[in-house]
Design a protein around this ligand. Structure first.
Ligand code: SF4
Ligand code: SF4
Length: 477
């Protein structure tokens, strides 16, 4: 059985926004490669590498043969054999802002997938999703992606005054209005989507209002993600002995392509619109991806300024606020479930409930062990996790390595194996079954930096969490 997953970065860390807390822009300062758009060649190679992963080694007698009509047959040596079991592959396109890659890029994604996976006759289903700030969604792109069953994750941190505090354009203007227009478009095309909210102090301060806002707008599928601290200020991953990751001076990406969007240009991700003139009066007449050295002075953003505030070591989510968040958002969820018979899907709460019910979950930050997520940078380099897309952690390159080589290399094995908690206070903790030490990116000396918040939440709300689990398992039964 193989369920392959890829996090694909079509334009690396490039983005039309300059959100204050952007962790990927922070990480990109630790990559030597320039941010750029993924070429058709790399895209095609990705699909080939993914497909070949499912093909049985010809020297291996096991495996299931697939005939032209897709039926599994006994081996007669004449047809393609795929590894035994159930399989699937999922591609999550994210960034930066993946829609900057343009409609033509996504047409190519669909074509290359169909080409590479046609040979399996449907025995390896392919799933696609895209995580977007939704500001540049065009009819052309939404109709293409929804017709091809892409699932959309939309980044929206609540009502305008909360969202715009962190998610803004380079000129400081908030992006809320464009996000809501993007969502309107998704609805018009009946696209499936959920909401991703980055939890910061300001979100926590207004959490009841944020939650009510989501419900008022019919957003009942929500994923809250704790805002990460700067990479350079975090404890090192246990697989490395370096006290701190090697920081590449920002100069290394200074000559990279930059994206400028002051939000005045056409709200569209069509390739033609990428070259539309600005209406704000700025002299930049090309909002397309371009090389910084060609950037007109009026729009040129100082490369140093392009490094996010995260890399300055700012913390946007205090431990106290996170503690408050866990309790308050659960109380809102619980009140809806128990007193109003209304179910709001909140990813981390669902995962806690699943763990209580001894069900499997696939969120590695809640299983206690790192997983190789196959982050595919635009260059074709592969990294283990979105939070470690850093030169110190490169697992290989699609041009040089098969996926099996990449996923089984020594560095990948170390990344996973060293993430297991084998000693320390977590093993004696009453809540280990539910917490499992949290995401490794936030662990120091085997304990999560948000440990006090987790303990406070479980101590205060475990009986209600169990009650919710009992109700929901009864509903399922
Ligand atoms: S660092 Fe966190 S998100 Fe990344 S693989 Fe490890 S547990 Fe998962
Ligand atoms: S609550 Fe703290 S001690 Fe307990 S498992 Fe989580 S991180 Fe470890």
């Amino acid at each position: 059985m193989a369920h392959l997953q890829f996090l694909v970065k079509p334009v690396s860390s490039l983005c039309n926004l300059e959100c204050e807390y952007c962790f990927y822009l922070d990480l990109a300062t630790h990559q030597h490669d320039k941010p750029r758009k993924m070429t058709r060649e790399v895209l095609s190679l990705l699909m080939d590498r993914a497909a070949e992963y499912f093909i049985q080694d010809p020297n291996d007698k096991d495996g299931t043969e697939v005939t032209a009509n897709g039926a599994a047959t006994a081996d007669n040596g004449s047809n393609l054999k795929i590894i035994d079991g159930e399989h699937s592959v999922s591609f999550l396109f994210q960034g930066g802002e993946p829609t900057l890659a343009g409609v033509e890029f996504f047409k190519a994604v669909i074509e290359e997938q169909q080409r590479a996976f046609a040979k399996f006759n449907g025995r390896v289903p392919v799933f696609n999703s895209i995580q977007t700030n939704a500001c540049r969604l065009s009819e052309e792109l939404v109709s293409l992606l929804s017709a091809n069953h892409f699932f959309f994750g939309v980044s929206l941190d609540g009502p305008a005054h909360v969202h715009d505090a962190m998610r803004f354009y380079k000129n400081g203007r908030g992006s809320f209005d464009e996000v809501m227009k993007g969502i309107e478009l998704l609805r018009r095309y009946h696209a499936e989507f959920n909401i991703l909210c980055v939890v910061t102090d300001i979100v926590v301060k207004h959490i009841a209002e944020v939650y009510a806002f989501y419900k008022d707008h019919g957003f009942y599928n929500i994923q809250f993600i704790a805002c990460l601290d700067a990479f350079a200020t975090m404890p090192p991953h246990p697989c490395t002995t370096d006290p701190k990751p090697s920081a590449i001076p920002f100069k290394a990406v200074e000559q990279a392509e930059h994206y400028h969007d002051c939000s005045c240009a056409s709200n569209s991700s069509s390739d033609a619109a990428d070259h539309a003139p600005h209406s704000c009066g700025c002299t930049d007449n090309a909002t397309a991806l371009r090389v910084a050295s060609n950037t007109p002075a009026s729009c040129a953003s100082d490369a140093a300024k392009d490094a996010s505030a995260v890399s300055d070591g700012k913390r946007f989510l205090s431990d106290e606020a996170y503690s408050e968040f866990l309790v308050k958002v659960f109380d809102l969820f619980y009140d809806d479930l128990i007193n109003k018979g209304e179910y709001v899907s909140i990813r981390h709460i669902e995962n806690y409930i699943a763990l209580l019910l001894n069900m499997e979950i696939n969120a590695c930050n809640m299983t206690g062990v790192c997983r190789i997520q196959n982050v595919i940078e635009a260059s074709g380099k592969v990294y283990p996790c979105d939070f470690y897309a850093h030169d110190d952690f490169v697992l290989g390159d699609l041009k040089d390595n098969t996926l099996a080589q990449i996923m089984n290399c020594q560095r990948a094995q170390q990344f996973v194996n060293t993430s297991r908690i084998e000693n320390g206070s977590c093993l004696k903790c009453d809540y280990f079954k539910l917490c499992r030490g949290g995401c490794v990116r936030e662990r120091e000396n085997n304990v999560n930096i948000r440990c006090a918040a987790f303990k406070n939440f479980f101590a205060a709300r475990l009986p209600k969490l169990q009650h919710a689990a009992a109700i929901l398992s009864g509903m399922q039964g």
